[in-house]
Design a protein around this ligand. Structure first.
Ligand SMILES: [Zn+2]
Length: 329
């Protein structure tokens, strides 16, 4: 997702939000039904690590404007099968990993860059699980787009003052050089927003780049899957024989791109390559029953992919659990 297309659908979002008071706006004396949520976190164990999905909010997406490589009729048909209609709502999910030593974020949401009411809820979501911004030791960035790096900065300064930011070298190189906007024709706004977010931290010496297949922290391996951006990374986290792969933005719209992985989105720097990544990695995830987590699938965005034949897939969110006890108990 990006700001350019987001603004295209912003008018609709503002109309909706103006008509629906939030819980906060009327001091709990709610008179109108609303989509404002109170629970913004979903935690589960992976070996000795506690993983928590944190909501940064949701934003409306006009798929008629955003999806490429499909007709509006085809898109509407796929949405209808999932009981949805255009526009749809995209989650912005951030993930927190906690073990005895570290508190690691995977991405940081959009911060203030999408404007009031759209994204930027990470700080509140973190507080809901008792974590302060200064507690964060490391931040893993799947790729340098506004809705993943926006939360790195608050009022022009580091939002997570003690954190080292880890990012793929190809994305940092690409997005911090505005000449690439001219060279590729990719929206200049991405480059400007990169400068204002991860660029500030790079100048302050808080950013560490990683290479393909590098172990960036104990039990965490990064791998590159370029297409959506030149340095789009997966993070494979392993602990006590279990693993989860944080796949970043190789998929945006579950009801469309799982059944038809060839359908692309305007946010892709290289759409053909982005589609090829899905076609390459989905079979393996399905065969190995790999647990995955994705920033824009519906919160918490954690689950499995099943192969349905003919290059088509379905998404199966994790079982919901809300009680004490570790896995298997
Ligand atoms: Zn994104």
């Amino acid at each position: 997702m990006n700001r350019r297309s987001f603004l295209a659908v912003m008018a609709l979002g503002l109309l909706v939000s103006a008509a629906v008071p939030t819980f906060a706006a009327n001091n709990g004396a709610q008179t109108t039904a609303s989509y404002a949520q109170i629970a913004d976190a979903y935690s589960f164990p992976l070996g000795d690590i506690e993983i928590t999905a944190l909501s940064d909010g949701t934003v409306p997406q006009d798929l008629h404007k955003l999806l490429t490589g499909a007709s509006q009729t085809e898109v509407d048909g796929l949405l209808d099968r999932s009981f949805l209609a255009n526009p749809v709502e995209a989650s912005i999910n951030v993930y927190l990993l906690r073990d005895g030593e570290r508190r690691i974020l995977v991405d940081t949401g959009s911060g203030s860059l999408f404007g009031p009411g759209f994204g930027g809820k990470l700080r509140d979501s973190l507080a809901s699980v008792g974590v302060k911004p200064e507690d964060i030791t490391d931040i893993l960035i799947t790729h340098v787009h506004t809705d993943h790096t926006g939360g790195l900065i608050e009022n022009g300064k580091a939002a997570f003052v003690n954190a080292t930011v880890h990012v793929g070298a190809p994305d940092l190189d690409f997005f911090l050089d505005p000449a690439n906007a001219q060279r590729t024709g990719y929206d200049r706004r991405y480059f400007d927003e990169a400068e204002k977010t991860i660029g500030v931290l790079a100048k302050a010496g808080k950013v560490k780049t990683f290479a393909d297949n590098e172990t960036i922290l104990p039990g965490i391996v990064a791998s590159f899957h370029p297409g959506h951006t030149p340095g789009s990374a997966f993070f494979t986290v392993s602990n006590k024989g279990q693993s989860i792969v944080f796949i970043g933005d190789i998929i945006h719209v579950e009801s469309v791109q799982f059944p038809k992985p060839a359908i692309t989105i305007v946010y892709d720097v290289n759409p053909d390559q982005a589609a090829a990544v899905r076609e390459k990695v989905f079979p393996g995830f399905a065969n190995t029953r790999q647990l995955i987590a994705a920033p824009h699938l519906q919160f918490p965005g954690v689950g499995h992919i099943r192969a349905e034949g003919n290059g088509s897939y379905t998404w199966h969110p994790v079982e919901y659990r809300n009680r004490a006890g570790a896995a298997g108990q």
